[in-house]
Design a protein around this ligand. Structure first.
Ligand code: NDP
Length: 292
């Protein structure tokens, strides 16, 4: 069993990325005559969504960006939300914007995503940007997968020729992650397996992973018996689980059972403080790109 493992500290990696962004922002401000501007649309009162949007807005201030929070009630109609998107698309002072997901059930998320101007789609969810990523054209890379790539780069994790297993095939995390890891790039050049809920004998697949990236949305799902000795493990999951010993009454955990898995790894991300901060930093990177 590996004696020690490296903690892939997302806060530290994000801070380094933010420093680079802040530095580049100085020149962009001079050229534009104003700060890069990110807007975030928050619909409803979901606690987790409020936290995510709050951290995105706070991060803007740290790098010298302007940010605007557009809050709308949970009963906003789809047509009204499409109107908000149209206004942000047309606003020359807004470089990029996000609509925080999930949206209330009565709103079609795909319709909203498709309405966002691809040039302002700093989450990288629009099919135009996903398509550009697939064929290797410049565009906005989806924030979470790109944040993970930037984290692997920061920690000098070797990826070329490695077997990367991605568990989860969502359009915002798992699927684009598998594409980025298989690209002819560094980090990249992995042999990738993309697993999902129909995968047969998942543990036999995850045990083959040199790099295991887990994005399934099930707390503590990946246990030590599913991980190869010496693997690098990236945990995307974020969950609040009840914990009366904490003042808030809950604690945050990932999709990986950290306590049992970490001793088998050469490197692993914590939750919280792993992928989350890198997602935010990656969003800033896209906003800087948009402002440029
Ligand atoms: P989705 O629910 O959209 O996708 C989950 C995926 O996991 C699906 O592809 C599903 O398969 C697969 N899956 C579910 N159960 C199993 C199983 N038992 N075995 C194998 N595969 C399974 O989730 P997201 O990708 O949006 O998010 C995943 C997690 O990451 C969540 O906890 C979310 O909160 C977190 N997250 C964290 C972010 C961050 O910044 N740290 C950003 C975004 C998400 P199928 O397709 O067959 O249904």
């Amino acid at each position: 069993m590996a004696e020690t493992y490296q903690l892939l500290d997302g806060k530290k990696a994000a801070e380094a990325l933010r420093e680079e962004i802040a530095h580049a922002t100085v020149g962009v401000k001079e050229k534009l005559g104003r700060a890069p501007h990110l807007a975030a649309v928050l619909v409803g009162e979901d606690g987790a969504s409020k936290t995510y949007v709050g951290s995105k807005v706070k991060a803007c201030a740290k790098v010298g960006f302007r940010s605007t929070l557009v809050k709308k009630p949970a009963d906003i109609t789809e047509a009204e939300l499409l109107d908000v998107v149209a206004q942000l698309n047309a606003d020359p002072e807004v470089d990029g914007f996000i609509v925080q997901l999930p949206l209330p059930k009565h709103i079609n998320e795909q319709k909203i995503t498709l309405a966002i101007d691809p040039k302002k789609d700093v989450d990288g969810f629009h099919p135009m940007n996903l398509g550009r990523m697939v064929i290797g054209l410049p565009g906005y890379l989806p924030a979470t997968p790109n944040g993970i790539v930037e984290m692997l780069r920061f920690y000098g994790i070797a990826t070329s020729g490695k077997h990367c297993v991605v568990v989860g095939r969502s359009t915002i995390v798992g699927s684009p992650m598998s594409i980025l890891m298989s690209r002819n790039a560094d980090p990249g050049n992995c042999t990738v397996t993309l697993a999902h809920s129909r995968t047969v004998d998942l543990p036999s697949i995850t045990r083959q992973a040199d790099i295991l990236i887990v994005a399934i949305g099930k707390p503590g799902f990946v246990t030590a018996d599913m991980v190869k000795e010496g693997a690098v493990v990236v945990d995307v999951g974020i969950h609040r689980v009840a914990d009366k010993s904490r003042s808030k009454g809950y604690r945050i955990v990932g999709d990986v059972d950290f306590a049992s898995v970490a001793p088998k790894c050469t490197a692993i991300t914590p939750v919280p403080g792993g992928v989350g901060p890198m997602t935010v930093a990656s969003l800033l990177l896209n906003t800087l790109k948009a402002a440029r």
